[in-house]
Design a protein around this ligand. Structure first.
Ligand code: HEM
Length: 171
């Protein structure tokens, strides 16, 4: 009788764990989609802003990058929390691909943080110029075209692509 009860408990526990893994994987994938959506929104809005000359239009488009940054932050946090939860539930441990993903996650956020500084300064300057009805200045153009921050942003997106490859191939 006691043995049957223990077996029943184990069965229920496994069922619960099975559902949890699926739910956590779903939330992890939702986080990954949000993360990537944010990168695309921020990237497209920034590149569109670079193609404009009117500070009001530039400010409007750079304002959209804030939505992207919010999505990136939410997605990055969700992917980390639910990813580590999956590691725990599936008893994966610190496998090479997990360590690689964690390292690339830090690199992606670090580069994104650095690469976001000039666009932020450009957004604030464009807003000031638009409010004063002034045209684009060389300073605003330099902020928009800054090669180092563009490189940092593209490398950050590449790091996320690297994480996706690690998730798929699990080398
Ligand atoms: C950086 C922290 C991350 C950790 C610790 C992590 C961990 C995990 C784990 C443990 C799994 C389950 C693998 C399995 O069941 O075999 C998984 C699946 C997955 N992850 Fe992540 N992940 C992270 C980030 C990301 C990111 C940034 C993306 C996408 C941009 C991503 C996309 C995926 C995908 C698509 C799967 C499904 C792969 C499959 O089922 O074979 N993950 N992740």
């Amino acid at each position: 009788m006691l043995r049957r009860l223990a077996a029943l408990r184990l069965h229920r526990g496994l069922l619960r764990a099975g559902v949890a893994v699926e739910v956590v994987l779903f939330l992890h994938l939702l986080g990954a989609l949000t993360f990537v959506a944010g990168i695309v929104v921020a990237g497209v809005a920034f590149e569109a802003a670079r193609r404009h000359r009117d500070p009001a239009e530039i400010a409007l488009l750079l304002g959209l990058t804030r939505v992207g940054v919010l999505l990136v932050g939410t997605g990055a946090l969700a992917v980390l929390v639910f990813g580590l939860w999956l590691v725990h539930l599936e008893h994966i441990g610190m496998a090479g691909w997990i360590v690689g993903a964690l390292a690339l996650w830090v690199v992606a956020l670090g580069l994104g943080g650095v690469g976001g500084q000039r666009p932020k300064q450009a957004r604030l300057l464009a807003r000031r110029l638009a409010a004063a009805a002034e045209p684009e200045t060389p300073e605003l153009r330099a902020l928009l075209d800054d090669p180092a921050s563009r490189a940092a942003n593209y490398l950050s997106a590449l790091a996320v692509l690297g994480i996706l490859a690690l998730m798929a191939f699990k080398p």
